[in-house]
Write a protein that binds this ligand. Structure first.
Ligand code: ADP
Length: 395
């Protein structure tokens, strides 16, 4: 069966068509500038990339153009829409309502709407994608896969904040965590690789990309994670500050004479390694700048590695041990120098780096030496495949 995987943003839509029997991608692509003008980049596997600048006033038009591209006689990959057996939608926030993926019904749509306040930029866009697909493929079953669901297994002591309890009861202020699809996918694979049963494993997953988070996974379940109420918390990221003293928010608003909204915008978009270095949010640029003697780029890289190592240490404490650690996402899979810097902090765990293995990029490999007490792996993440698997399992 072919599963259509949809990741809808406010002005973009990423998609993949995956053959669920072979798990191969048949086509993938991206609609950009929806509601502005519109640009479709469609990559049918084995054929030439097709780019079209047709107007996309709304998401329904975008989905319709994607479906046309998929069934087109030249750059298409299927004959007609009956060859799409199911649709899997990435949904950012499931609040406390969803601890796993679900088949989309009217009640599910309503429940996702009720989480809109928690992710005002993302959930409404995800819902628009769902309704656009429903309108064009009314009889095809659809599944929602949530970024937050995997972390619903966290215990209260991990997800509660030290705030008056009523704010949790009345406003649902708590840690939710994100990147759940990736943490779930990579932790399952890691547990398989180290030959442990789900019921007796302790692993730590470092998803290090533009957005970064770390999760402690005990017996196959998330027990703590570094992102919080929003993805702003935790690690220092490309442009996000990660954890800071919350009092800084008001202080900066006063000093800069800007609104609290603007300070949050600065913490999300102008901070992190980009803000620290003044160079870039891309780690390749940071390493080049650092090698050329740029001190702030060096500090940014050191701060990033230090914070990752601190979280790993705190999660070893949370689980009273760790069997294995995995690196994934853009930086985790490709940035050999950053992996070396982070692992440099982990000697106390009996980890030593296999320097030759660590030079490999973007492939599944063990990068700790054979005699390391705790094993360290690189495991490429694949959120679209994870969504396709979840979708197939539910329909
Ligand atoms: P997103 O969170 O947007 O999905 P990715 O997981 O694609 O991000 O990660 C993007 C980051 O990965 C980039 O900022 C870049 O710094 C890093 N990256 C990708 N390839 C390399 C590489 N070869 N060396 C160092 N860093 C890399």
């Amino acid at each position: 069966m072919n599963v259509f995987v949809v990741n809808c943003g406010s002005s973009s839509l990423k998609y993949q068509l995956i053959n669920s029997d072979t798990e191969e991608v048949i086509a993938k692509g991206l609609c950009e500038r929806i509601g502005i003008d519109g640009r479709l980049t469609h990559n049918p596997v084995g054929k030439e990339t097709y780019v079209s600048e047709t107007a996309m006033p709304d998401h329904k038009t975008a989905v319709s153009l994607v479906l046309d591209a998929l069934t087109d006689s030249e750059h298409g990959v299927i004959n007609d829409l009956s060859e799409i057996g199911a649709v899997g939608h990435r949904v950012v926030h499931g609040g406390e309502k969803f601890a796993s993926s679900v088949v989309i019904t009217d009640a599910v749509i309503k429940a996702i709407e009720e989480c809109n306040d928690l992710a005002p930029l993302h959930n409404p866009a995800n819902l628009i994608g769902i309704s656009a697909c429903k309108a064009l493929m009314p009889d095809v079953p659809m599944v929602a896969v949530f970024d937050t669901a995997f972390h619903q297994s966290m215990p209260e002591k991990a997800y509660m904040y030290g705030l008056p309890y009523g704010y949790y009861e009345n406003y649902k202020v708590r840690k939710y965590g994100f990147h759940g699809t990736s943490h779930s996918f990579v932790s399952k694979r890691l547990i398989e690789l180290i030959g442990k049963e789900n019921s007796e494993s302790k692993v730590i997953i470092c998803h290090l990309g533009n957005g970064s988070s770390i999760t402690a996974v005990k017996d196959g379940k998330s027990v703590d994670t570094s992102m919080g109420f929003t993805p702003l918390d935790g690690l220092i990221m490309g442009t996000r500050s990660g954890s800071i003293d919350p009092a800084v928010v008001q202080y900066l608003a006063d000093k800069l004479n800007v609104s609290l909204d603007e300070v949050i915008n600065i913490l999300n978009k102008k901070s992190g390694v980009e803000g620290i270095s003044g160079v870039s949010s891309d780690f390749r640029d940071l390493h080049s700048a650092s090698e050329a003697g740029n001190k702030r780029a060096t500090i940014a890289l050191e701060m990033f590695a230090y914070r990752v190592a601190q979280y790993i240490g705190s999660y070893v404490a949370a689980m009273n041990g760790v069997d294995a650690i995995a690196f994934t996402a853009g930086i985790g899979e490709n940035n050999t120098a950053m992996r070396r810097m982070i692992i440099g902090y982990l000697e106390y765990l009996g980890i030593s780096l296999d320097k030759e293995a660590n030079e490999k990029r973007g492939e599944e490999i063990m990068i700790s030496t054979k005699d390391s007490k705790v094993k360290v792996y690189v495991i490429p993440t694949n959120e679209e495949l994870a969504i396709a698997r979840e979708t197939l399992a539910l329909i």
